[in-house]
Design a protein around this ligand. Structure first.
Ligand SMILES: [Zn+2]
Length: 285
């Protein structure tokens, strides 16, 4: 549990961020039927990294993307069988009631455990599903004690998650990938690039992992959000039990401040070339 707890805490920018994306290049593989902007590969064939909207229209547009990691590690099946809940239907219900367009970074293992929910989320236009690996193992170590995945298995792990989404019947899947724990390095970026994914980090850590005080989570988010921010939260009751309550505080306050809540795809689209490393860094599919 300690390792999981640590892994869920996440981290800001633990790895390397490519500083150039020299040429437009649509992904060779298309895991999605949803048109979503992607970024061109970085130098050396590395997958590009998106962290927040930093330019384009975002300088004046008050938008923020709330993202929810649906974590389940490959070896947690027995715990789920004993009744531990890695899902959070109440959170999804609240997002629907409040009409919060948002992105769920789902592990393939989660989609296998909760296929009906994966399908429901993945067929609701309010949401888009992005890839959070199949196994939720570490792609760059150390990473909060997560089990490691070998470089030779990384690409297959990413693809296995897309397959799990498809098998669950999810349709609005976008070609974005978030490393477990947010941990990556150049080798990991090169390993996942053939999947055609744009990797997605964040600039705002909600602190919802194992939090017991929803107000504190809400304050942490509200204290950090800026126009174009990308917030990481979790969609798993087991490890983030107060997230739903925090969202009920966060969303109305963000709207009161004039923010519009958007999916990562819209944030990336809005970011535009000016917000990226080169003029042709965004390709549209
Ligand atoms: Zn995670």
């Amino acid at each position: 549990m300690a390792a999981l707890a640590a892994a869920l805490v996440g981290c800001g920018t633990p790895g390397h961020r490519p500083d150039a994306a020299p040429r437009p290049s649509p992904p060779k593989t298309s895991p999605s039927t949803t048109a979503a902007p992607t970024m061109a590969p970085g130098p050396g064939g590395r997958a590009p990294v998106f962290m927040r909207a930093t330019g384009g229209d975002s300088a004046t547009a008050k938008t923020v993307a709330l993202t929810f990691d649906a974590d389940m590690t490959a070896d947690q099946g027995p715990r789920a069988a004993r009744g531990e809940r890695f899902d959070n239907p109440a959170l999804i219900d609240t997002l629907r009631k409040l009409k919060v367009t948002s992105t769920v970074f789902m592990t393939g293992r989660w989609a296998e455990e909760y296929p009906a929910q994966a399908k429901a989320i993945g067929t609701d236009p309010l949401f888009e599903i992005a890839n959070h690996s199949y196994s939720h193992h570490s792609f760059s170590s150390p990473c909060y004690g997560l089990p490691e995945i070998g470089p030779e298995d990384m690409l297959a792990d990413v693809r296995r998650a897309f397959t799990a989404f498809e098998q669950a019947g999810a349709r609005n899947v976008v070609p974005y990938f978030r490393f477990p724990g947010g941990c990556y390095d150049d080798a990991a970026l090169r390993a996942v690039a053939p999947a055609g994914v744009t990797t997605v980090q964040w600039d705002v850590v909600s602190g919802d992992a194992f939090a017991t005080d929803a107000d504190a989570v809400a304050e942490q988010v509200l204290g950090q959000v800026e126009p174009g921010s990308l917030v990481v939260m979790h969609c798993t009751r087991s490890a983030a039990p107060v997230t739903e309550e925090a969202v009920r505080h966060i969303v109305p306050e963000l709207r009161r401040r004039g923010y519009r809540l958007v999916k990562v795809s819209e944030l990336m689209r809005q970011s535009g070339p000016a917000g990226l490393a080169s003029d042709d860094a965004v390709t549209r599919r």
